[in-house]
Design a protein around this ligand. Structure first.
Ligand code: RIB
Length: 309
């Protein structure tokens, strides 16, 4: 398939990135950081931006406020080629805002005011699914849970595979996601979903099995940071290592991994090959500051991969 068509459902936030956060402050305390920047983000918007840069035709279903940040977010994903005809502008709520506190190693903790994202509805998704056909639906959890469940159900009725990036970390019932194509949490998200901290491969296998039992997906795909990713298909667990890069900012790396994986898979790549491509795209993303501004194109990712061989 030359140009897969992907529907991304999820959040859109303006990100305020604060760099070189020395440590998590205590309540009532301030810590000094080196610099800051604004960038367009939100897990859904990052996935849409990345899928488009990676060569898919992308339609975004999301909700922003009728304010400057909302317009900036829409314009940025449009510039990346994402179709915004299914975006809604909320007159009652502000556009979501995330404060991304990034440390010297590129890791972050964040505070997110979801704003208009909280008003996204299953009807918004249904309208998009009714209009046209898609090869895959890509989503995450930064939106009302009912939208997550209904999106899966509506996609399943139409035989569209769904890729779920299970972020941000939360414990949710997985009953209504039974049969999903891929469920892909990172380490913190895996712990929130399973109660198992994946500090080693044995524990990761236990967590993958637990998730598999509960959600009955085709694949569990655990993102394990610099250790790579673990793919579990109900029979076999396999570690697919990632590439070593100097990490500067991990914002949007997970979103980029999932989107690049989804596009490559739709284009006909085998699971492991698509995961390697996802690793490469995420590797480029973490080596630069900011979320969307550091998401690579498919060509840049292919070039990066060539240099690794
Ligand atoms: O996954 C990264 C994203 O999470 C950021 O862009 C921020 O908006 C938060 O939602």
């Amino acid at each position: 398939m030359n140009k897969p068509k992907i529907l991304v459902v999820g959040s859109m936030n303006m990100d305020l990135l604060i760099y070189d956060v020395p440590r998590i402050p205590k309540m009532g305390e301030s810590v000094f950081c080196s610099s800051y920047a604004y960038a367009t983000g939100g897990k859904g918007s990052n996935q849409a931006f990345a899928a488009s840069k990676q060569g898919a035709e992308v339609v975004m279903v999301g909700r922003v406020g009728a304010d400057d940040n909302g317009r900036i977010l829409a314009k940025e994903i449009e510039k990346a080629g994402v179709r915004t005809d299914c975006l809604s502008y909320d007159k009652e709520a502000q556009t979501g805002l995330a404060i991304m506190n990034v440390d010297k190693e590129g890791k972050y903790f964040s505070c997110v005011a979801l704003g208009a994202n909280e008003n996204l509805s299953p009807q918004d998704v249904e309208a998009a699914l009714e209009k046209e056909k898609f090869d895959m639906v890509v989503m995450q959890l930064e939106m009302p849970l009912e939208v997550v469940y209904r999106t899966y159900e509506m996609a399943a009725e139409r035989n569209i595979p769904v890729f779920l990036d299970a972020g941000p970390a939360m414990s949710i019932p997985l009953e209504r996601l039974k049969g999903i194509f891929v469920i892909s949490p990172n380490e913190a998200e895996t712990e929130a979903l399973t109660g198992i901290s994946v500090e080693n491969e044995e524990k990761a296998i236990l967590a993958a099995k637990k998730l598999y039992k509960e959600a009955e997906p085709q694949y569990v795909l655990l993102k394990m940071g610099s250790r790579g990713a673990m793919l579990y298909d109900g029979k076999e667990a396999k570690m697919i290592p990632c590439f070593h890069v100097d990490a500067v900012d991990s914002t949007a790396a997970g979103d980029t991994f999932g989107a690049a994986f989804a596009v490559q898979y739709c284009k006909g790549a085998k699971m492991e090959e698509a995961i390697r491509f996802g690793h490469a795209a995420a590797g480029i993303c973490v080596s630069k500051k900011g979320g969307q501004p550091s998401i690579p194109t498919e060509e840049e990712t292919t070039e990066f991969l060539k240099q690794q061989n």
